[in-house]
Design a protein around this ligand. Structure first.
Ligand code: PLP
Length: 407
């Protein structure tokens, strides 16, 4: 038998199991109604359109689409993304040369971790924050420090206090990781004034802002809000977004926008990661954008998800015992629920699992070990019937737990 433990790097030893991946495994059972994963609804995938597009790609671009491609991505797609970004307010520092196509945003998160973080460096993240980001940065042995969120996202005054404190202790603070629009998992939206303040703070202490924006287009009740990158006139914000939630995650296609200097490092990093993002996927996405279907498609997704969000919120009111807190998310795919503090949502998961309903417990998203009575519920994946039934099951589990605890 090979003793791999003796051979692994220290880094590999420190890598942790992804709680979400573990949970997704148990929720494969078709009888379980899962609010756990961050999955788009498969009925939203434009399969008929893609059948035609795939044919066209093979007919018109087969020889290049099936070949290795440029590390930064195919020009056509980078240009189309640069044009969209410009329309969204990113008027400087977002030309095609500043765009790199990645194999999902997850790869982009790994790459920023790789190019910025030495072991022990500080990365500032939201409390709560996206688990995949946390895991990516941890794999570079970073020290993750959490900044509490309120209804308007990361609290920038607390952020500044924390930065001062860390710098006074001679700590090496590198970047602020934020998901300002329909945050995963909390669903919050950072208002424009706070976005600008965040840039000021990053400027003051010479930090990079990593803006992760997979959900910005999935808007149900509020007008579009400009990304933080739109207020960045010195190239301090590294922006990323993905086709995963607006087209299909199976394409494994996302993009990162970064200033020239950082882009050179990212390209070197990507060469070691996977040489290039699948050109076949890139041509498919580009054809889809070129056909003019993108905006209409996003509208259809929003039309599908908004009622799902409403059913989840309505069922929560109907079936959950009093004492929970949940702000109605105005977009995205998640509701963040906080139960009375006696309830440990990690321990309650087994009870929920027995009742065939699943969620992700809040602690998984909190680098300070908090979030113990919170949970993240996904509303995009389930059918409308499952949403109601699942919330009913979950409400009963919580009610029982509360009765036991209050006895
Ligand atoms: C905040 C956030 N960032 C990044 C990702 C990764 O997305 P991708 O499928 O593009 O790798 C996700 C996926 O759920 C996410 O929620």
């Amino acid at each position: 038998m090979v003793n791999f433990d003796q051979l692994y790097s220290d880094r590999a030893g420190k890598m942790r199991k992804s709680e979400i991946r573990e949970l997704l495994k148990v929720t494969q059972d078709p009888e379980i109604i899962s609010f756990a994963g961050g999955l788009p609804n498969p009925l939203s995938f434009p399969i008929q359109d893609l059948k035609i597009i795939v044919q066209n790609v093979l007919n018109n671009h087969g020889k290049v689409a099936l070949q290795y491609g440029a590390t930064q991505g195919i020009n056509e797609l980078r240009e189309a993304i640069a044009e969209r970004s410009h329309k969204e307010g990113m008027t400087s520092g977002a030309s095609a040369e500043n765009v790199m196509i990645t194999s999902g945003s997850q790869q982009a998160l790994d790459a920023v971790g790789k190019i910025f973080l030495n072991p022990g460096d500080i990365a500032l993240v939201g409390l709560p924050s996206y688990l995949g980001g946390i895991n990516a940065f941890r794999s570079y042995e970073a020290n993750l420090v959490g900044i509490p969120l309120d209804k308007e996202g990361m609290q920038v005054d607390l952020l500044e206090e924390k930065i001062k404190e860390l710098i006074a202790q001679d700590m090496s603070v590198k970047f602020i990781y934020t998901i300002p629009t329909f945050q995963n998992p909390a669903g919050t939206v950072m208002p424009e004034s706070r976005r600008k303040k965040l840039i000021d703070v990053a400027h003051e202490y010479n930090l990079v802002i990593i803006e992760d924006d997979p959900y910005g287009k999935l808007r149900y009740d509020i007008p579009a809000i400009k990304p933080i990158k739109a207020f960045d006139d010195e190239g301090r914000v590294i922006y990323m977004s993905t086709f995963s939630k607006i087209l299909a995650p199976g394409l494994r296609l996302a993009w990162i926008i970064a200033p020239d200097d950082v882009m050179r490092k990212l390209a070197l990093c990507k060469q070691a990661q996977d040489l290039c993002t699948a050109p076949f996927s890139q041509y498919i996405a580009h054809e889809f954008m070129k056909s003019g279907s993108m905006d209409l498609h996003i509208m259809k997704i929003c039309e599908m998800y908004k009622p799902k969000r409403d059913i989840m919120m309505h069922s929560m009111k109907k079936y959950f015992p009093e004492g929970y807190i949940c702000n109605k998310p105005k977009g995205g795919m998640f509701a963040w629920v906080t139960l009375p503090e006696q309830i440990d949502t990690e321990a309650m998961f087994l009870d929920a699992f027995k009742e065939k309903v699943a969620y992700v417990h809040g602690k998984a998203f909190c680098v300070d070990g908090g979030g113990g009575s919170s949970m993240r519920l996904n509303f995009s994946y389930s059918t409308n019937e499952q949403l109601d039934t699942g919330m009913k099951r979950l409400g009963a589990v919580i009610e029982r737990k509360m009765k036991v605890l209050c006895r």
